[in-house]
Write a protein of this length. Structure first.
Length: 263
């Protein structure tokens, strides 16, 4: 992760967070039948709004490890021939969804720091013949791609995990073309989380501890130079462990989908 100092740095140990996130999402890739704070898999994707006909065209093993928090493709409005980057692409569900929409004349790049996730996504891509999808090892705070190279940037349940969200949004602004869109689903809170939660790297890795207060999140997107166009709540998404449910009810931890554009 980057060295930039932010208020959130004081709340969580970055190295501990990175190793917890990598271990949690290695398990998501390799042992999706295990117990997690959050739901995964096909039933979740359908409840969030993924069209079953699209899901039928995506490798089932990618969907088993789907750990997203919402559906935003109606906001992304991807068109044939477009270039798309997915931040925290995991086992690949959203990169395959994007590939269906941009077609063979478009391209999709997935970036993820967890080797097990990328390895699984690459294996599934090769078996299913998604020739226009590439995966890169990297951090969302320091994207390994060119400036202004993408029509759209997508991400699902990932930015809340970053210890430097303002830097992530600066990277979003850097890699989008003028007129490019950010379309994401992520976890935010209605009320600011207390340090007891934000210092807990395990709750952070479970997509709760790192969630930004919603107005701060929209302000950080706009501070990076993007204009927020649409915000939607995703009440279909809910946490499942008691620990996570308790925090989510007390502080209004919730899933939202956001569309923003780079002027
Ligand atoms: C909740 S999962 C979501 C994965 C995928 N978007 C999906 O919907 O299934 C979060 C993913 O983001 C990756 N990730 C978390 N923090 C990251 C960071 N700072 N840089 C790169 N990848 C990160 C994790 O390795 C994990 O694969």
């Amino acid at each position: 992760m980057t060295d930039t100092t932010t208020l959130t740095d004081k709340a969580v140990d970055r190295q501990e967070l990175e190793s917890k996130v990598k271990e949690m999402y290695r398990q998501v890739a390799e042992e999706p039948e295990g117990e997690f704070h959050f739901e995964m898999g096909r039933a979740l994707t359908e409840r969030l709004g993924y069209p079953p006909a699209d899901l039928d065209r995506i490798p089932a093993q990618a969907i088993e490890s789907f750990a997203g928090v919402g559906y935003y493709f109606h906001l992304a409005d991807l068109k044939a021939g477009e270039s798309v980057i997915d931040l925290g692409s995991g086992s690949g569900t959203d990169t395959f969804m994007a590939a269906l929409k941009v077609g063979s004349s478009g391209r999709v790049v997935g970036v993820d720091m967890t080797d097990a996730q990328r390895t699984k996504a690459e294996r599934l891509r090769d078996a299913a013949g998604f020739a226009n999808v590439t995966y890169l090892k990297g951090y969302i705070e320091d994207l390994p791609v060119e400036d202004a190279g993408f029509d759209a940037l997508i991400s699902n349940g990932v930015i809340n995990l970053s210890a430097d969200k303002p830097q992530v949004f600066r990277e979003v602004a850097r890699v989008l073309k003028p007129g490019g869109r950010l379309a994401i689903s992520d976890i935010v809170t209605e009320r600011q989380l207390p340090e007891g939660i934000t210092c807990n790297a395990t709750l952070w890795a479970a997509c709760i501890g790192g969630a930004m207060q919603q107005d701060d999140c929209y302000a950080a997107i706009e501070a990076a130079g993007l204009r927020v166009v649409t915000r939607e709540d995703n009440p279909q998404y809910r946490f499942i462990s008691d620990n996570a449910l308790g925090a989510s009810e007390k502080f209004g931890v919730k899933s939202v989908s956001i569309l923003a554009v780079k002027p």
